[in-house]
Design a protein around this ligand. Structure first.
Ligand code: NI
Length: 146
């Protein structure tokens, strides 16, 4: 089978729990509360995030796979889950010392990290924050900076 022209994506789902506080020094205390509501609570709150990633690549003729799931899992574990799971996004993830840890920004930060996966091309990151909201990021040609 000629598979150079085929576009196949591999999707994988991960879960992590983390806490955050939505707050920005760019706004006053009152404005922070008005914008973020109870998510501005000084002590933060937690979410059970569901992270879905999609990667694409050529199918290896020998294995029939785009990438080995064990390689992908190890990479996600090392570059995202170890630092995020059961941590405070504000305090424990350097990127959120300056940027507000909304799920929009979380998508961009996770995309930036997983883009370095050497065995396939990262197409998309999708994060479900609650049963009612999810966010998706597919990268930018201008770079993926918060
Ligand atoms: Ni929240």
């Amino acid at each position: 089978m000629k598979n150079d022209l085929l576009h196949v994506e591999l999707g994988r789902r991960y879960k992590f729990a983390a806490s955050h506080r939505l707050h920005t020094p760019r706004l006053s205390e009152e404005e922070n509360y008005r914008v973020f509501g109870k998510c501005n609570n000084p002590h933060g709150h937690g979410h059970n995030y569901v992270l879905e990633i999609s990667v694409s690549g050529k199918i290896d003729p020998a294995t029939g796979m785009i990438a080995n799931l064990a390689d992908l899992d190890a990479f996600v574990e090392r570059h995202v889950l170890e630092e995020f799971d059961h941590h405070s996004l504000n305090d424990d993830v350097t990127a959120f010392h300056d940027a507000v840890p909304t799920t929009e920004n979380l998508c961009i930060e996770i995309f930036r990290r997983l883009q370095k996966f050497p065995h396939a091309k990262l197409e998309r990151v999708r994060i479900q924050e609650t049963g009612n909201n999810s966010f998706e990021y597919a990268g930018s040609t201008e770079g993926n900076h918060l």
